[in-house]
Each structure stands twice: as C-alpha cells, then as structure tokens.
Design a protein around this ligand. Structure first.
Ligand SMILES: *Cc1c(COP(=O)(O)O)cnc(C)c1O
Length: 226
C-alpha cells in the first residue's frame, strides 16, 4: 500500500532533478498520473499520497472513476477522441491532450461554446510521421495555423507528442521546435508541451516538457486483458 506513495515520491524527485539539471524551475513541470486500466482504488491511493491530476484515455472507462472519486480532482483526456463523444468528454474532463485534427478542434470549439466553457487543449502531432500513430502531421499543423486563432472557445496550450520508443529525445526537441514555428505562424501563445512518459520523461523535461504523462512507473504494469 505504501508502495504507490513511495513510487509517487520517487517520480516527483526525478522530475525535480531533471528540472534542476536543465536549469528549469520544478514548478514548470506538472505530473499527469495516467490511471487508465487501473481501478478506482489505485487512483484513491494516489490521491491520498497527494496527487490531484489524472489522465485517462477512454471516456467510458473513466466515467465511473470520475464519479466515484473526490470532486476536486482534475481529469485530463489523453486518448483517441471520436466526435460523437465530445460533449461527454467536455463534461468530465478539464483538459484534452489528444486533439488530432482540425475537424475535432472545430467540433470541440463549437460544443465548448454551447456549454459556456473554454477548456485548455493540446494539439497532438505525429512528430516522426509514423504510420501507426494519429495526430496532425507537422506540415498539416503549419497549414492549420491560420485557422487556430478562430477557435475562441479553446485555450490552445501547445503540442502533445508520443515519439518513437528508443529515439524519443530528438523527437522531443523536434516537437519543441515545431511548437516555436506554430507559435510564430499562428500568433497564439503556446507555452505547453505535453511530452514524456514512464520511460522517457527526464529526456522530455530536458527538451522543454511542461507536463509529463506517467502511468506504469507509478501504478505498475498495465494489463489490457482485464
Ligand atoms: C498510456 C499512456 C501514457 C502513459 O504511459 P506509461 O508508459 O505507462 O507511462 C502516456 N500518454 C498516453 C497518450 C498514453 O496513452
């Protein structure tokens, strides 16, 4: 039981050390605890250890956890989002990291407007152009730059990326550089970089991540067959 609290403390220490090594303040990097596939009890334990911000990738799986846990937690959506789920996701989640197309962004903007909300979101970029991954292409993002300021009901924070395993550092750097270009092209302030997972969050922090999404290093091995 105390194990999870210890793992959380260890991850926080590693984040602080990575910030210090990069000459950054620890306050610049947020920890998103990715609780997908883990039960409500595991999230409750992390809450007791002081964690307040959690990530989930499926609306249906998350809904009962969100309903069953304290109201003051903050939930971030990190999975593939279908347009017919937009209203439900905006009702349950404070932030969306996986806005993977202009059509989805427009749909979120419209529904957020109807609901009187202005949620923070990240645009997901397929930074290495992998067949298996979704997201904007880097070129597609620059093309979309002109449209983005019109999405007045979204607070576009920046970019999210999941680079290829084993060579993530250079792709984190590429994501940061693309963010800089998109910022210039769109005129929007884009301070956020959602990048880094259990295996590579320190490299992500070295390259400018502002929020790291950590699952298995905190909650343990995920079993997708459950
Ligand atoms: C599952 C998931 C994570 C967490 O991955 P770990 O390697 O377990 O830390 C982070 N980001 C996204 C988008 C995920 O789907």
């Amino acid at each position: 039981m105390a194990e999870l609290a210890e793992r959380l403390a260890a991850i926080r220490e590693r984040i602080a050390a990575a910030c210090a090594a990069a000459g950054r303040s620890g306050a610049e990097v947020e920890l998103l605890a990715v609780s997908k596939t883990f039960p409500m009890e595991a999230v409750a334990e992390a809450c007791e250890a002081g964690q307040r911000v959690f990530g989930e990738s499926r609306q249906q799986e998350a809904a009962p956890k969100i309903a069953g846990l304290p109201r003051d937690l903050e939930w971030h959506f990190i999975g593939s989002l279908q347009r017919n789920k937009v209203r439900k996701v905006l009702a349950d989640f404070a932030c969306i990291h996986s806005v993977d197309s202009l059509r989805l962004a427009e749909s979120l903007d419209r529904v957020a407007g109807e609901e009187g909300k202005r949620p923070p979101v990240y645009l997901e970029v397929n930074i290495a152009g992998e067949e298996s991954k979704g997201g904007f292409s880097p070129a597609g993002l620059i093309v979309a730059a002109e449209q983005l300021p019109r999405l007045a009901n979204l607070e576009i924070r920046g970019l999210m990326a999941i680079p290829p395993e084993g060579e993530s550092r250079r792709w984190f750097a590429a994501t940061r550089e693309l963010r800089d270009r998109l910022q210039a092209a769109s005129g929007l302030p884009l301070p956020g970089l959602s990048m880094g997972m259990s295996g590579d969050f320190e490299d992500a922090i070295a390259e400018g991540a502002t929020i790291v999404r950590v699952g298995s290093a905190l909650f343990g091995h995920r079993d997708y067959t459950l």
